[in-house]
Design a protein around this ligand. Structure first.
Ligand code: IMP
Ligand code: MG
Length: 238
C-alpha cells in the first residue's frame, strides 16, 4: 500500500527540474533558475510563512519514517521473491543509490546489482526522449528483474527503461519506487512497490538532488524559499 504525504505548501522550481533534465550547461541552468524566481508558485497567503532557506530544506518525510517504510518494502519483496534463486536489482543512477542500498541490505533472497544512468530531454521536438548514458553490465535474459528508482515524476524515464528491460528478454520485471509524484505523471507506469505518494513538489535528500546538492540528507525535504540563492552549480549532471 502506498502512503499519502500531504502536498507541501510551496511549489518550487519545476523549471529547474526541466532544465536539469535537458542537460543544459550549469550557467544556463543557473540563469533559468533565477528567471523562474520571477514566478514562484505560492498558494495565496502562504508566501512567506515558511521562512526556511534553500540551504535548510523542510522535512517532508523524516528519517524514521523512511526507515520504517523501507523495511516494509523489503518485507514485501522478500515475500514475493521467496522462491527466486537470483533477483537482478537495477538502480537508476544517481538518485536511487541511497534507497537501493538501504533496501537491499534487508532483502534476503540472492541478488545481483547493476545500474543504469539516463539523461532525459523535455525538449521541443522530442518531448520525453530518454537517452541511456550508462548501460547495464549484466545480461538479464530469463532473469527476474527488480528496477529500483528514487522517484517517478512524468514517468518517461521509467517507461523507457521498463520497455528496454522487457525487450531484452527478462523473465519478469517489477518496479520499486520510493516516491511517486502521481499528479505529475504524463505516461502510465505501474509501480509494484511504492514507498510514498507525494504532491507535485520538488524534493531533495536521500539520494535526490538539486543541482547535485542535498543527496546526503537523511530525510526527504522541500526547498521552501525560492527567493534565496541557489546552490552553486557543479560540472556534473544528473
Ligand atoms: P521522470 O522521467 O519525469 O519520471 O523523471 C524521473 C527523474 O527525474 C528522477 O529519477 C529524478 O532523478 C528526477 N526528478 C524528478 N522529480 C524530482 C524531484 O522532485 N527532485 C529531484 N529529482 C527529481
Ligand atoms: Mg532518478
Amino acid at each position: 500500500m502506498a502512503y499519502i504525504v500531504p502536498q507541501c505548501p510551496v511549489q518550487l522550481h519545476q523549471l529547474a527540474v526541466m532544465e536539469i533534465r535537458e542537460g543544459l550547461d550549469p550557467p544556463d541552468l543557473r540563469s533559468e533558475i533565477l528567471k523562474s524566481r520571477a514566478r514562484p508558485c505560492y498558494p495565496p497567503g502562504l508566501a512567506m510563512s515558511h521562512p526556511t532557506t534553500a540551504s535548510s530544506p523542510t522535512v517532508l518525510i523524516s528519517r524514521a519514517r523512511l526507515e520504517e517504510r523501507v523495511a516494509e518494502l523489503a518485507e514485501e519483496i522478500n515475500r514475493d521473491y521467496a522462491d527466486t534463486n537470483l533477483l537482478v536489482c537495477i538502480g537508476v543512477l544517481k538518485g536511487a543509490v541511497f534507497f537501493l542500498v538501504d533496501l537491499l541490505k534487508q532483502v534476503e533472497v540472492p541478488v545481483a546489482v547493476d545500474f543504469f544512468q539516463t539523461a532525459s530531454y523535455v525538449g521541443t521536438s522530442t518531448p520525453g526522449e530518454v537517452r541511456i548514458r550508462k548501460d547495464l553490465d549484466l545480461f538479464i535474459r530469463d532473469r527476474d528483474v527488480l528496477l529500483i528508482e528514487d522517484i517517478v515524476d512524468t514517468g518517461y524515464t521509467l517507461r523507457t527503461i521498463l520497455d528496454l528491460l522487457r525487450f531484452r528478454g527478462a523473465k519478469s520485471v517489477k518496479l520499486c519506487a520510493l516516491l511517486d509524484k502521481v499528479e505529475a505523471r504524463e505516461v502510465e507506469v505501474p509501480i509494484d512497490y511504492s514507498g510514498f505518494q507525494i504532491g507535485n513538489v520538488f524534493v531533495v535528500g536521500y539520494g535526490l538532488d538539486f543541482n547535485e546538492r542535498y543527496r546526503n540528507l537523511p530525510f526527504i525535504g522541500t526547498l521552501a524559499d525560492p527567493t534565496s540563492p541557489p546552490p552553486e552549480p557543479t560540472d556534473s549532471k544528473r
